[in-house]
Design a protein around this ligand. Sequence first.
Ligand SMILES: Nc1nc2c(ncn2[C@@H]2O[C@H](COP(=O)(O)OP(=O)(O)OP(=O)(O)O)[C@@H](O)[C@H]2O)c(=O)[nH]1
Ligand SMILES: [Mg+2]
Length: 203
Amino acid sequence: MDFASSETAPERSLAPLHSTAMHGLKIVVIGGFGVGKTTLVRSVSEIRPLDTEATMTDVSEGVDDATAVPGKSTTTVAFDFGRITLDNEHVLYLFGAPGQQRFWFLWDRLFTGALGAIVLVDQRRISDSWYAIDRLEHQGTPFVVACNDFGDSHGPEVVRDALDLDPTVPLLMCDARSRESSKQVLIALVEHLYSAVPQGETV
Ligand SMILES: Nc1nc2c(ncn2[C@@H]2O[C@H](COP(=O)(O)OP(=O)(O)OP(=O)(O)O)[C@@H](O)[C@H]2O)c(=O)[nH]1
Ligand SMILES: [Mg+2]
C-alpha cells in the first residue's frame, strides 16, 4: 500500500482519482459527540474534504454538552467525506458520522456498504462511544478503536476494559489532528479487515 509510505499530504486540489482505481472501500468514522471524527477525516483526506459543519448556537445549550471540548464551535449535521488512495487499484472513501444523538438516524445510511469502521474515543468520556460499538457489534461490522489525544490517558487496558472490547479488536492511541497518526489508524483498520479474510479471497 503506497499511502503508508507517503510522508506529506499531496496538494489536495491536484489529487485526481487514479484511472486504474477499480475498488472503492467504504470506511465509516464514528464515536460520540466531539471526539474528533471530522478532524480525522480532514487531516488524512487527500482531497479537500466535504464537511457539513453548522455553527453551534445558544440554542444547543443544555442539549449538546461541549464542556469537554471548549474550543468547539461547530458540529457535523450530516457527514464528512474524504478519500485516500491505497494503491493503484484500491481507494478508501471515508465517511465521518455526526456525533449528536439527534442525528444518529443518519448512521443507517452511512453504514450501507461499509467494509469497516473506526471508533474514536475521548478517554475523558469513554461511555460516549458505547453506542457506536454496540451498533457495530450488532451489525457485525469489523472495526478498530482509536483513542484520540485530549491529554488525559488511562492506558489501553483500562479503555479496553471500559468498552468491554473483544480481544481481537485492535485498539490504538492517536492524534486526529496529525495526518501521520490518522494514517496509522487507517492502516490498522485495513490490516484488521485483511486479517479477517480467508486466504485466497479479497476484501
Ligand atoms: N486536543 C485535541 N483536540 C482535538 C483532537 N481532535 C480534535 N480536536 C478538537 O476537538 C474538537 C472536536 O473535534 P471535531 O472533529 O469537530 O469532533 P467531531 O467528533 O467531528 O464532532 P461532532 O461531529 O460534532 O460529533 C475540535 O475543537 C477539534 O479541534 C485531538 O486529537 N486533540
Ligand atoms: Mg464532526
